[in-house]
Every structure is written in structure tokens, then in C-alpha cells.
Design a binder for this molecule. Structure first.
Ligand code: HEC
Length: 198
């Protein structure tokens, strides 16, 4: 009985503490306010475990399919501003993003194809990573996955050659500033706005 009363008091104190933190405005929600190592660890570990659990059982198609990768090169124009590409720094917007948008050429190998697909399809809550599932069909999502999986092993010149083969011009393709300003439009840059994620 004593134990139950003790447990109840501890529970009430925990709830009261949590409510105090929430209602006091103590937590700074600014993206410019980078969290400390503990909060970062909690976030990263939560994301990692959540993705690993949910990606189990996803059937992966043939990601070496060249037509799929070519489609992925085109779709990746929506990602360059945040994630960068071989020979191309992320855009200025990426400086204002926390948690940071990782360099996928460095991190893609830490995830299985099914996990990458799950992240691309669903996005990551409470971060700037959008869910592309609501605006893209499954083939396009797998195309993005196939291309992201290739990123760690891609040189700048190989990336440029892939862009040219996919009918994209410019260093970051039309997704970059000064590009033609629309998906699928090759040709000289007209300084159009980068394409919005569909
Ligand atoms: C507005 C910025 C933004 C855009 C645009 C964006 N991402 Fe992200 N992405 C992020 C952020 C921020 C994270 C890190 C999320 C986290 O901390 O868990 C992320 C994480 C990821 C990850 C997980 C990698 C890792 O190591 O954590 C993948 C894969 C990914 N993005 C793919 C894409 C693809 C593919 C596109 C384009 C179709 C894209 N992203 C567009 C911001 C963006």
C-alpha cells in the first residue's frame, strides 16, 4: 500500500513537472536555437528506432534499374536546396534548418533501401524533412530512393553526366538558382524560381 501511494505521488510530480515545462514556455521552439547533446540524442535515437521498426517488411524493387535512377536524378532537384549534391552546396535556406538536413552522400549508407524509402515517403515529424508520399507515386518514391542510395558513390562529374542524360542542365539542375525554373525543362537558365515540391 505504501508503495502504491509512493508511486502515485511520483507520477503526479512527473505530470506536474511536464505541465510546468509545457505551460511555462521554457522550451525554445526556435529552429535557430540548436538543442543540446541530450535532446539531440533523444531525437536522433527516436527517429532511428521508429524508422527501423516501420520499414520492416517493405518489399524493395530492383534499384539498379537505370530508368528508375534517371527518374530519381530528376526528382532529386526538389532535395538539393536542403541536402546538396555532388559539387553543389545546399542553398541558404538549409542554414536555417534544425535539425540539420544531413549530407546524404555521407549518411545514405547508414540506412537500408527500405528505411530510405520509408523516410522519403513519410518525412520526419518535427523536422524540416517533408513527406513526399502525398505528392508522389510509388515509382517516383522508389526512384528517389534509388538515386539517394547511389549518392555516396557518385563523383561530381558522374552526377553531371547523369543530369545531362536526364535532360537537366546547370550545376544543381533546374532546382538551383538560375535554373530554368521548372521540372523537366532543359535549356539555358532563365533565372526562374526553383521548382516547389509537388
Ligand atoms: C526543407 C528541407 C528539406 C528538403 C527539401 C528535403 N529534406 Fe530530406 N531531410 C531534411 C532534414 C532536416 C532531415 C533530417 C531529419 C532528422 O533530423 O531526422 C532530412 C532527412 C532526410 C533523410 C534521412 C537521412 C539521414 O541520415 O537522416 C533522407 C533519406 C532524406 N532526407 C531524403 C530527402 C529527399 C530524397 C528529398 C527530396 C525529394 C528531401 N530529403 C528533401 C530536410 C529536407
Amino acid at each position: 500500500m505504501k508503495f502504491l501511494v509512493g508511486a502515485l505521488i511520483v507520477a503526479i510530480v512527473c505530470v506536474a513537472l511536464a505541465l510546468t515545462v509545457i505551460y511555462s514556455g521554457l522550451y525554445n521552439v526556435s529552429q535557430a536555437n540548436h538543442d543540446n547533446a541530450l535532446v539531440n540524442w533523444v531525437m536522433e535515437t527516436t527517429v532511428k528506432r521508429s524508422v527501423q521498426k516501420r520499414a520492416k517488411g517493405i518489399q524493395v524493387p530492383d534499384l539498379a534499374d537505370t530508368s528508375l535512377i534517371a527518374l530519381g536524378v530528376r526528382e532529386y532537384r526538389s532535395c538539393v536546396n536542403c541536402h546538396g549534391a555532388p559539387g553543389r552546396e545546399p542553398g541558404g535556406m538549409a542554414k536555417g534548418v534544425w535539425p540539420e538536413a544531413p549530407d546524404l552522400a555521407k549518411t545514405a549508407d547508414e540506412w537500408t533501401p527500405a528505411e530510405l524509402y520509408w523516410i522519403i515517403r513519410n518525412g520526419v515529424k518535427f523536422t524540416s524533412m517533408p513527406a513526399w508520399g502525398p505528392s508522389h507515386d510509388d515509382r517516383e518514391l522508389w526512384a528517389m530512393t534509388a538515386f539517394v542510395k547511389k549518392l555516396p558513390h557518385l563523383s561530381e562529374s558522374e552526377y553531371k553526366a547523369m543530369q545531362a542524360a536526364a535532360g537537366i542542365s546547370g550545376p544543381g539542375g533546374p532546382g538551383g538558382p538560375g535554373g530554368p525554373g521548372g521540372p523537366g525543362q532543359a535549356g539555358p537558365g532563365q533565372g526562374g524560381p526553383p521548382p516547389m515540391p509537388r
